[in-house]
Every structure is written in C-alpha cells, then in structure tokens.
Design a protein around this ligand. Structure first.
Ligand code: PEP
Ligand code: MG
Length: 890
C-alpha cells in the first residue's frame, strides 16, 4: 500500500486516510486555490508505527520520493545552504482535536542555512527569528525539553534590552538567543540540536505520530468519543511566511458567522506574524474587514476564495491563511463548527441559496442541537460578571445560592431556596443534593465525570472541571481568579450550554423555540425571530418526510394538550399508576387490605368513577388520536407506607399501648408484600391475575369514558388498552378474555361500538423471544425498552446510573448509558427480532416504543430502521423525535 500522498493526489473524502487537514488541503489544491505544495503521510503509517514502535519499512523511501518532487517543484532543496526549502510538519487526525497534538514549523533551518534564508528574504532578523522558533518548537515537542526554559530565556532577552514585545528584538539579539537555545537543548538532552535537515524532518514526523498517545490527547478522545485507534496523518507542507514585514501576516476567517449564521466578513488578522502568534494572543489582532485597507488585492482574493469554498463545500467553512509579501496562501480549511442556533439558520439559508436541498438541510442539524435550543437561557443583554468557564456538561441555565455539601442543598431546598451544589467532584453520596439543586458545579472532572453523567441523566444543568475555581468545602467557599470569593449562600449562575459561571443572579428568559412550539410565537409573523423561522421550516421538512409517527408519554390532560401543541400524534403510554397518587393512595391501600369480596368491590367501586373521569379528560385532549392506556404496573408496595417508618410507628404505638387496628393490618400487608426484588416481583400483568377485579375495573373505566366521549360529546376517542410486563401469551389470553367481556357489557349498555384494541408491552426478554406467539393475542406491541434494558443487561434501572456507570463510562465499556441510547447489539436485536416475529404472525400488528429511548436521537434512527410505526416520548422531547424521525427517513 501507499503511505504518502501528494496534495495533488488526495481529496476531501479521504479523511480516514489523510486526516481532516490533509484531505482538505488536497481538495483546495485540486480546486486550484493557492495552497503551498506538500504531501501527507497517511494514518495507516501512523497505525503501523503505534502498533509496532517502528515506521513501516517502505515509508522512508516514499517520503524521499515525495520530498524530491517537492524540491523540484519549489526549485530548492530542504535546508539547502544558500536557499533553503523549509517545511512545516503538522498533525491532522480524522476528527479535529484542537491543540491536542504536535506541530513543528521551519524544519530545514540550521547553522548552515540560516544565512541563506537571510539573503533570500533580504531580512537578517527574520531568518534568526525563524531559527529561534524552530529550536524552541522542536526542542519542546520533539526533544521533550521543558518549554518554560525557552520562554524564560526569551523574557530575559527582552528584559535585558528593555523592550516588551519580541518584534523589538533585532537580528543580533535573536542570534544570541539562538545560541542560548542551542545550549538549553544540549544541556537538557545531552546532544546537540540536529543540524541535518532530513533528520529534523524524520524526528518531527515521529513526534507527531507519538503525540497521538499523549495523556491529554487520550483524555480528549475519551470525552469526545473519538476512537483511540484511528491514528493521525502528518502533513509536510512548504513554509510560507507571514512574518516577513508589514506586507505579510496571518489570519483566520469564517465564511459566515458561526454564532448566528449571518453572512458577512468574520475573522481576525494579524500583520507581520505567524499562526502561533494569533493563537498565543501575543499581539492584538484586527477584524478581518480591516485587511481591505491593509492589502486590498489579497482581501479581494480571499473573499473570492471564501465564496468558492462555500459553494464547493456547500457549508460554512473556517479558514487559516497567510499573506507572504502580498501573496495569499491557504493553509487550512474545514467545515466549521457552529452553535446550535446557527446550524438551523445556515441550513435554511443554504436551501434558499439553492446550494442544498431539504433532505440535505435535515442532515445539517440534529436533535441534540434542537434540545439545546429548547432550554431556557440567560438573558444575553443582561450585565454579568463571569468568574470562570469550564466544561459544559449538561445544558440549561441555573441560578441559586451556593452550597458546598449535599446535606445543606437538601435542607435549603426543602425550605424553598434554590441552590447550586458546588463540589470539587461529586460521588454517589451527593445524589440527594444533586436532586435538590438547580444545578451542579464542580472544579474537577470532565464530560464523563460522575457529576456530568448523573446531571445529564437527570436533565439538570451542570458545569464541571472548573479548575480555575478553587473549591474549599471545609470553609464553604469558592475562590475565583482575581481573589473573588463566593461564600455559602451567595447567588451564582451557571450556564450548562456554554460552561460559563457568573457571580450573582443572571436573569433567565424562556427559549423562543419553546415559545414557538407552545404557539405563543408565530414563525409567520414579520418580526419573527430568524431562529424560529428556521426551526419552523426544518420541522416542516422533517414532518413531510418522516415515516415514524411520534406520540407522547402523558397521563393527564395538561401534558396531553402540551404534547399535542408540540406535534404529538397520540399518546403512546398513559401510566395509570400516576392517577393513583395523592389522596387516591388511600383507596388503593383499602384495595390491598381488603380481605372480603365485598371490601374489595367497595374499594374498586370508589376508584372507578375517578379513573373514568381521568380518561374522559385525556380522550378529550387527544380527540381523534390514539391513546394507549396501560393498566396498573408497579409493585403494590409503592402505594403503601415505607416498611421501616411504619414498623417504628407501630412499635412506638405498641409501647404506649395504643396501637391502631388499621396500622397493624397495614404493617402485616406491608410485610406480606415486601419483596427482595420488587421490579421482578408482583407487578404488571401479574397484579391483574392475582387481584380479582382490578384490571376489569380499569378496563371498565376506559370503556365507559370512551362511550361517554362518543355519546355525550360526539367525540372521537381512540383508546388502546395495554397490558404491561407480559412474559407469555397465556397471561395475555386470560386478561384479554376478561377485558373483552367487560367491553362487550359496556358497549351493549351504552349502545356503541367502541373499537377498542388490546395489546401488550414487550419489556421482558421472554416476551421478545416468544413474540410470534404473543402476537396471536395482541393487536399491538409497544416496546418497553426501560424494563427490557434492565432485564436484558441485568442492570437495576433505578440504581446503576449512580453507582458503577461512571466507572463503566470511564473504562469505555460503553460510550453512553444503555438506558439513554438503545443498545443496538443486545436489546436492539431483541426489538428487531420480536418485531419481525410479531408481524409474521399478524401482518397488521402495530408496533411502537414507549421507553425513554423513544425520545433519544440515535435510538429514533434505530427504531426507524427496524420498521416500528411510532415512537412515544415525554412531551418536551417530541420535537426532537419528530426531527430525528425526519432525518432518519430523509
Ligand atoms: C418501559 O419499561 O420501558 C416502560 C415504558 O414502562 P415503565 O418505564 O413505566 O416501566
Ligand atoms: Mg416498564
């Protein structure tokens, strides 16, 4: 195979092999843009090196061949004494890892060629400055010398001369500095700075390979979920110089504003400088628009190139360029990062420009970006005092009083205070405090730290790894740079979308995108927000192409109505247990305690009208759309008092000799119902089979409510009755027989045909494995992927996220919790085979999913692919599910 590609040989689609930078340099070269000639060493070569510790045998000869071609093109040889060719050696992986890996500039300079460079450039100072930069960069990144040593020597030289900036050092100063730098290298490494140009180049290439595996690169990859075995390509590029005087310079540019998407001239320019000077912030840059006044021909050419790039890539590009004595050179381009809002705006702008079609526009945005746009945010016009910025771990805008331990967080929040929990890092003991807090701020840990993982799971705002903030949990305070101290009880504000931390209270404004979905803001209005217009259009594209329908998990009329405004096409899961809370709990208690048929019937009779009234409201809110009502699912003990609390109460009462009869019976019942593994115990369909009359009461309430909607209100109720936790078709058959009898009774009494359907959840492995049989008795399946994940993995859904998942994520066992994104290989393959088996039995079997995965972007794509009819998710996730269903189909 071939390990080296000339820039003229590659193209933008070869990112796996040439890395992002190399592929795009090749693309620009082939577009005829002014790219300094060069070549790219492939990621394959890097992989061989990383695996074996040796460059592939063929590499040296291939590099020689390409170097000779480059020398021929440039008309000079690498390091040639009288007219040296100099090259840069840069890393460039498939995915951009900004600042994580190494770069060395000015390779080819030596004691022999420095004066040749001076003569050629007509600039003695420039030549010595370039040489000192080479030794400094090479010394640090290739030879591993502590960079501080060079920095100190440079500072000392400036101090000695009484100047502040390095441009004030003249050729003689820099020549002296080169001598000092060489001494540092010799002293620190025990060898002289290599004078042989090819040796410099080979060592630099190897250093770039090695930089793939530095600790910071590994950490970055883990956080960004970039695979560890991709390796980096190495770009060897002939040097152009932005530091040859005022007619030279370097800059960065965007083809449009990455924050708003607006078209215009965005970027920065620095005269008489090389790229690192811009990044290092040594001197102040000027806005790119000023380049027009500095060098009009270069500016015009740059504008023209930017247009070419946008039209070619059909997307926002970012660019690095250098001007050498009035000649413009392109050093890099790539499709640029952008904010969530800009992504939507750019996608619709590009459609309007005729550059992309609607299907492509859908691929330019994603559900995570839409979700981000739906969080409330800090008022951008407010005056703020930022005290730190760290990792944006879980989005949202949170304001509260600073607290430094979970106990205080819980205590304060119980008394109605809003709090921000601040910790160095969190651990499972902090869980209560995290639940109580508005947001979480930590000074250690990255995107996969405990705080980040748990906060994301809870949908709570979190900023983590704020290392510049010193957290002192003993003294209960936080110290920010500049000596700003935040004491317990002081107000702070954290932005989980940007990672910014502010002192005091920053006002929060509702998201315009939510205002739009709620119908309080109209995309058609003249003064409508540009973002809202863009979101409106993209949602319309998605709705037009998607095959999956989107329903809501909702169990009251208010949630149902919101879901409908957000575009829900029905309810996929109404959890009836949520209707048994509050004062109704006592009625359930009575049902559980009943030991005669009469008592039980009385208890059920009390519940029936309440249930019916709930369903009437729900069917009204969802009139004309399907509503899947699930019969009671959770273990009964959830409706009874806590075993410990009740035991203590009874024991105390007994010691006072005034134990009450009801408490004693309750305690007995609690003991009787106590289970070691309640999630695998008496719940779901098992309740219906064990407690006579329970499911019949619920079915009657559904049927009566539907009849009432039909008769009295001339409505169009479309109820679907769903049986949870079925493991075998026999369970379903028994429940079905009873339900059909109840429905027939109601239909006869009310004189209506209710067209009720009856189906089951598939949430146990056995149900999935015998789906073909179960389908004989089910009109529909709804995959309960929460329980299915729990039972397939053997992970307790209520405990694991807070216990060992952090360790699992850190060890890379999975990149994301299987409760968040469907585990395609395991749980997903059961979903796929059960769907196929079910449809084989009953071709018109309706298939949906109502676990949390129904609103997760990646999972939605999977459900589209396996051919489900709908996904069901919480009301706020409906727009995300609609968008992703559209993206999956486009
Ligand atoms: C499920 O298990 O996926 C489900 C939707 O039911 P619940 O979350 O109520 O157990
Ligand atoms: Mg379940």
């Amino acid at each position: 195979s071939k390990f080296v590609y000339d820039f003229t040989e590659g193209n933008k689609d070869l990112k796996d092999l040439l890395g992002g930078k190399g592929a795009n340099l090749a693309e620009m070269t082939n577009l005829g843009l002014p790219v300094p000639p060069g070549f790219t060493i492939t990621t394959e070569a890097c992989k061989v090196y990383l695996d074996s510790g040796q460059e592939p045998a063929a590499l040296r000869a291939e590099v020689t061949e390409h170097l000779e071609a480059l020398e021929a093109t440039m008309g000079k040889k690498l390091g040639q004494a009288d007219n040296p060719l100099l090259v840069s050696v840069r890393s460039g992986a498939k995915f951009s890892m900004p600042g994580m890996m190494d770069t060395v500039l000015n390779i080819g300079l030596s004691d022999a060629s420095v004066s040749g460079l001076a003569t050629q450039a007509g600039d003695e100072r420039f030549a010595w400055d370039s040489y000192r930069r080479l030794i400094q960069m090479f010394g640090k990144t290739v030879l591993g010398v502590d960079g501080e040593l060079f920095e100190e020597a440079l500072e000392e030289a400036k101090r000695a001369k009484g100047v502040r900036v390095d441009v004030d050092l003249d050729a003689a100063d820099l020549k002296a500095l080169v001598g000092q730098f060489k001494d540092i290298v010799a002293k620190e490494t025990g060898r002289d700075f290599p004078q042989e140009p090819r040796e410099q180049m080979d060592l630099a290439i190897r250093a770039v390979f090695d930089s793939w595996n530095t600790d910071r690169a590994k950490l970055y990859r883990r956080q960004e979920r970039i695979p560890g075995d991709l390796g980096t390509a190495v770009n060897v590029c002939s040097m152009v110089f932005g530091n040859l005087g005022p007619d030279s310079g370097t800059g960065v540019a965007f083809t449009r504003d990455p924050a708003s998407g607006q078209q215009g001239v965005y970027g920065d320019y620095l005269q008489n400088a090389q790229g690192e000077d811009v990044v290092a912030g040594i001197r102040n840059t000027v806005p790119l628009a000023d380049l027009e006044g500095i060098d009009k021909p270069s500016y015009d050419e740059l504008m023209h190139i930017m247009e070419t790039l946008e039209t070619h890539y059909k997307d926002l590009c970012d660019i690095e360029f250098t001007i050498e004595r009035g000649k413009l050179w392109m050093l890099q381009t790539r499709v640029g990062k952008r904010t969530a809002g800009a992504a939507f705006r750019i996608a619709t702008q590009l459609v309007d420009q005729g550059l992309i079609d609607e299907a492509e526009a859908l691929q330019r945005v994603n559900g995570a970006q839409l979700a981000q746009l739906m969080f409330p945010r800090f008022d951008e016009t407010a005056k703020t005092q930022m005290i730190g910025r760290a990792i944006a771990a879980s989005p949202g805008a949170a304001v509260g009083k600073a607290v430094f331990d979970s106990y205080t967080a819980v205590k304060w929040s119980r008394s109605g205070e809003k709090v921000i929990l601040i910790r160095r890092e969190t651990n499972p003991d902090d869980l209560n405090g995290m639940i109580a807090a508005e947001g979480i701020l930590t000074s250690r840990g990255g995107k996969t730290s405990h705080a980040a993982v748990v906060a994301r799971g809870m949908g709570k705002t979190c900023v983590c790894g704020a290392e510049e903030l010193e957290v002192d949990t003993k003294r209960r305070c936080l110290t920010a740079p500049g000596g700003i101290v935040v004491e317990e009880g002081d107000l702070i504000s954290i932005d989980g979308s940007s990672g910014k931390v502010y002192l005091g209270e920053v006002p929060v404004v509702p998201s315009p995108v939510v205002e739009y979905f709620e119908g309080r803001m109209h995309a058609g209005a003249d003064d409508a927000d540009e973002l809202v217009k863009a979101v409106h259009r993209i949602m319309a594209y998605a709705d037009r192409v998607r095959r999956l329908r989107v329903r809501a998990n909702a169990d009251n009329a208010e949630d149902a109505a919101r879901a409908r405004r957000f575009g829900a096409q029905g309810i996929g899961l109404c959890r009836t247990e949520h209707m048994f809370l509050g004062e109704r709990r006592e009625m359930v208690e009575r049902l559980i305690l009943a030991d005669t048929d009469a008592d039980r019937e009385a208890a059920l009779g009390g519940l029936l009208p309440l249930q019916k009234a709930d369903f009437v409201e729900l069917f009204e809110a969802m009139d004309g759309l399907p509503v899947t009502v699930r019969l009671l699912d959770p273990p009964l003990h959830e409706f009874l008092p806590d075993i410990t609390e009740l035991s203590v109460r009874v024991a105390l009462a007994e010691s006072r000799k005034d134990a009450n009869e009801n408490d004693l019976r309750l305690l007995q019942a609690v003991h009787k119902l106590h289970e070691q593994n309640p999630m695998l115990g008496l719940r779901g369909v098992r309740l219906g089979l064990v407690i006579p009359g329970l499911f019949a009461m619920q079915v009657r309430a559904i049927a009566e409510a539907a009849a009432e909607r039909k008769n009295a209100a001339k409505g169009d109720p479309r109820a679907e009755i769903m049986i949870p936790l079925v493991g075998t078709v026999q369970e379903l058959e028994i429940v079905r027989e009873e339900a059909e009898q109840v429905i027939a009774e109601v239909e006869a009494a009310r004189g209506v045909d209710l067209k009720l359907t009856l189906g089951t959840m598939i949430e146990l492995p056995r149900a999935a494995l015998t789906a073909g049989q179960i389908a004989e008795s089910a009109d529909f399946f709804s995959f309960g992927t929460n329980d299915l994940t729990q039972t397939v993995w053997g992970f307790s859904r209520d405990d694991v996220e807070a216990s060992f998942f952090t360790a699992y994520l850190e060890k890379g066992i999975f990149g994301v919790s299987p409760f968040e994104t469907i585990d395609k290989d395991g749980v997903g393959s059961l979903v796929r085979s059960a769907a196929e088996a079910g449809r084989a039995t009953r071709p018109d079997l309706k298939l949906g999913v109502c676990g949390e995965h129904g609103g997760d972007p990646e999972s939605v794509h999977f459900f589209h692919e396996v051919g489900l009819d709908y996904v069901s998710c919480s009301p706020f996730r409906i727009p995300v599910a609609r968008l992703e269903a559209g993206r999956a189909a486009a």
